[in-house]
Ligand binder design. Sequence first.
Ligand code: FES
Length: 172
Amino acid sequence: MAQAWGTLHPPTPQPVSAAACPDIATLCARHGGRADAVIEVLLDLQHAKGCVSDADVAAVALALNLSRAEVHGVRSFYTDLTPEPVAHRRIRLCRAEACQSVGAERLRVALEVRLGTAIDQAGPDAEVALETVYCLGNCALGPGVMVGDRLVGRATVDRVLAALPAGEDGDP
Ligand code: FES
C-alpha cells in the first residue's frame, strides 16, 4: 500500500557535496577540520550570513565528518545560532527563574509597550526583535538582557534602549 508522502517516512535528504559548498569546506578547513570546532564554524557562518541554514548544517556535517543530527543539535541549542536571518537589532531577555524573581516579566511588558512589539513574534524584516532566552549566565545581576552582543545586567527599559543601536530612522 502506498504511503502518504511525508507522513511517516519523510524523504531522505539529498546528499550534499563538499564541492557545492566550497566556502563552508574552506571555513571548516580554516578551523583545522576538527569536529570539536563545530561551534566556531557555526558562529562564523552566523556572523557572515546572518543565519545557519539547513543546507549549511548538512555541509558542515560533511566537512567535519559529523552527522547532520549532531550539527543540528548544536545549532538548535544555542540561541546565537538561527536557521533564518534575524532582525538587525536583537534584544534577548532572560526569562528564567532568577531573572523572573527580580522583575524580568515586568521588564518584558515594559519593553513590549516601548518597542511596540510582542516578544518572540518578530520576523526577519522586523526593525527590532525581542526574544526570550533562558539564562545568560549572569543570574546575580538580573534581569539579564543581551542587546546584540552586549550583555546588560540589572536591566531596565532605559538601559536596554541605551544599548540598542539606532535604527535606520535614528530612533533608539
Ligand atoms: S536566570 Fe537570567 S541570567 Fe541566569
